[in-house]
Design a protein around this ligand. Structure first.
Ligand SMILES: [Ca+2]
Length: 118
């Protein structure tokens, strides 16, 4: 399944350019979250988070399933869209998939475009 970030349930994130989400916090190392319901049948998946990276710092994104921490990835220090993969994630239908983005100091905004679960 594929889920656009701008269609997720947002807290501390806002929609940017009708295409992606960006942290709204002006705080140092500020965070926000984006959640959606899994539509996949029970199994083990790769959760690919497509992000818009920046070259003046490295945001982080953490993945949770039904509140349980799965892992964390760091954005590359480049300008452009990249996909950060979380491998071997156990998921079933109806579970809540939550992404928590964190700024790198004041520099970056943990922008997310979409998530693909395959
Ligand atoms: Ca998008």
């Amino acid at each position: 399944m594929s889920m656009e970030a701008e269609a997720m349930s947002l807290s501390g994130y806002k929609i940017e350019g009708n295409a992606r989400i960006t942290l709204s916090s002006s705080a140092h190392n500020g965070t926000g979250s984006a959640s959606f319901a899994s539509k996949v049948k029970a199994g083990t998946y790769t959760v690919g988070v497509n992000v818009l990276a920046e070259d003046d710092g490295q945001s982080k994104v953490s993945l949770y399933v039904d509140g349980a921490y799965v892992g964390q990835q760091t954005f590359p220090k480049v300008v452009g869209y990249r996909t950060l993969n979380f491998n071997n994630v156990s998921l079933k239908y109806g579970q809540t998939v939550k992404l928590v983005g964190q700024k790198d100091g004041y520099a970056t905004f943990a922008r997310i475009n979409k998530v693909d679960i395959n």
